[in-house]
Ligand binder design. Structure first.
Ligand SMILES: [Zn+2]
Length: 80
């Protein structure tokens, strides 16, 4: 029997932040995007469980952003 293992990335959550943020890269002040990404282990091309989760906060115009930890992500998500 042959098992086919793999990994694929998925966007789990994506939302616009309530607070406006200034981007020093493109010089615009906008509501940045909060995104939660996860890498899933897959078996026969079906996602089974997440191996790694990443949280990012980025500018919707130039996509310049910062990685966040889970705590920072949840704070921003709740509008702080
Ligand atoms: Zn920008």
């Amino acid at each position: 029997m042959i098992f086919i293992f793999g990994a694929n990335d998925k966007v789990v959550e994506k939302q616009q932040c309530y607070i406006q943020e200034h981007c020093y890269h493109c010089n615009n002040t906008t509501n940045w995007i909060l995104e939660k990404n996860a890498t899933f282990a897959s078996l026969f091309f079906i996602s089974v469980f997440p191996i790694k989760t990443r949280y990012i906060h980025y500018c919707p115009i130039c996509h310049n952003g910062n990685p966040l930890n889970q705590e920072q992500y949840n704070l921003k998500k709740n509008g702080h």
